[in-house]
Ligand binder design. Structure first.
Ligand SMILES: [Zn+2]
Ligand SMILES: [Zn+2]
Length: 351
């Protein structure tokens, strides 16, 4: 079967490899159909590392994915504890927690210290024709959702978790920094959560336009203005109740803190390239900000599927580019270059 491995920074190669062995109890074999490219994948692609995880061997990227169940191991129950069957289309939550530790027991599987994650070194991801996955991580997709929306359920899960942490209240004010796929979904969900005014910021003109389409009431290009000053003017000097950082977590963290009102909440979703959080202590302290680090997601797939299947969140509209697995190196290069109009890139795996 075809497998795409990252051999080092900006070096993805496709090779023929043997298919996976039959699934063990509690596992399935997945015939992978679609895989999304995420900002965190781009970090790994550009530098061969993310945070303190360094890729030491060639490995397979891809943590946003769906496919068809090809073979079912004994007692394979899905994420809702229902039996899985061959032929079912499933989206896969990429984080596999141990379900036994203190954090898992207390309802925080996203913080499990014993977890592994498909597509994060050393665990191989989905840029391959077949893979073995934990059945419990599989969520059957309703017919209303096309194959391209499967990978985006992971992105929506990240946005849902950030919104859960934000505790947005009806008629409140929200700033969203970054209008990539996660920022756009956060914007849409903030609207659904009842925010009255949503201020969105990005540095790319086409993304600023998208933010408006996804529900922001005010949109700005950060290169054309002083974002915190603009926001101070618009809120009569008060600032916003909730500021959500969903960019690259560089100076945007400081900007988000500058935008929050005293006693406000700051939710950090972006991942900085150099693994450093830059924030002026006195700003956060004097405002008494509540700072929340959004770590992936928890229990979000069933809700994400409901929102997408009902059309409340139109996931397919985020897809801007499609590539075959054989073109995956080009797909990554173009996404990393942030070519005009690029939003969510989907890799279609079947030959
Ligand atoms: Zn992702
Ligand atoms: Zn655990």
């Amino acid at each position: 079967m075809q497998v795409a491995r990252l051999h080092g920074a900006k070096d993805i190669r496709i090779a023929e490899e043997p298919p996976p062995p039959p699934p063990a109890p509690g596992e399935i074999t997945l015939r992978v159909k679609t895989v999304g490219i995420c900002g965190s994948d781009l970090h790994m692609y550009e530098t061969g590392r993310i945070g303190y995880t360094v890729a030491r061997q060639p490995f397979v990227l891809g943590h946003e994915f769906m496919g068809e169940v090809a073979a079912v191991g004994a007692g394979a129950l899905d994420g809702q504890h229902q039996p899985l069957q061959a032929g079912q289309r499933v989206a896969v939550e990429p984080a596999v927690p141990c379900w036994r530790c203190e954090l898992c027991e207390h309802g925080h599987p996203n913080l499990c210290p014993n977890h592994y994650f498909y597509g994060l070194y050393p665990q191989d991801g989905a840029l391959r024709e077949r893979m073995t996955v934990s059945a419990r991580n599989c969520f059957p997709m309703p017919d209303a959702l096309g194959d391209e929306t499967g990978p985006l359920l992971e992105t929506l899960g990240v946005a849902l978790h950030a919104i859960d942490l934000s505790k947005i209240r009806l008629a409140s004010t929200v700033a969203v920094l970054g209008a990539g796929p996660v920022g756009l979904l956060i914007t849409r969900l903030a609207r659904l959560a009842g925010a009255a005014r949503i201020f969105a910021f990005d540095k790319f003109a086409w993304r600023v336009r998208l933010a408006k389409a996804w529900g922001a009431t005010h949109v700005y290009n950060v290169d054309d203005c002083e974002p915190a000053a603009v926001l101070r003017d618009l809120t009569g000097g008060r600032g916003v109740d909730v500021a959500i950082e969903a960019a690259w977590a560089d100076h945007s963290v400081q900007q988000a803190a500058d935008m929050a009102r005293p006693g406000g909440r700051l939710v950090l979703v972006g991942i900085p390239p150099d693994d450093r959080l830059r924030l002026q202590h006195s700003v956060a302290r004097r405002k008494g900000l509540t700072i929340l680090m959004s770590r992936r997601m928890k229990h979000t797939y069933p809700r994400a599927i409901k929102l997408a299947a009902a059309g409340t969140v139109k996931l397919a509209e985020l897809v801007s580019h499609r590539y075959a697995l054989s073109e995956v190196a080009r797909a990554y290069a173009r996404n990393a270059a942030y070519e005009e109009g690029i939003n969510k890139v989907i890799v279609r795996v079947p030959r």
